[in-house]
Design a binder for this molecule. Structure first.
Ligand SMILES: [Zn+2]
Length: 96
């Protein structure tokens, strides 16, 4: 039976649990009793990722989206500042 690492998203308690591969991941944290437990899939256990690591996937994709958005905004503002720079240099040359 494989050992699964669990982590509680409520109290950050981590523990290991022997479970059969067919067993569903538990939700209840033994430390605080909240249903915030998630099975942590370490490197090398990627095959079991399907169906059990969706919390991680959710978290990753949302943070990735945010990062991409911020990057986009930064690019846009860079574009804007580049434009205003051209303008100001234009007005400068026409001024002198
Ligand atoms: Zn907990």
């Amino acid at each position: 039976m494989p050992t699964y690492d669990y982590e509680c998203r409520e109290c950050e308690h981590t523990w290991e649990l022997f479970q059969s591969i067919k067993a569903k991941p538990i939700r209840k944290c033994p430390e605080c009793g909240k249903l915030k437990a998630k099975r942590v899939i370490g490197p090398g256990a990627g095959i079991i990722f399907k169906g059990s690591g969706f919390y991680q996937t959710d978290y990753r994709s949302s943070s990735y989206k945010k990062g991409a958005e911020a990057d986009k905004k930064a690019k846009e503002s860079a574009k804007k500042s580049a434009k205003s720079e051209t303008k100001s240099s234009d007005s400068k040359s026409s001024y002198s």
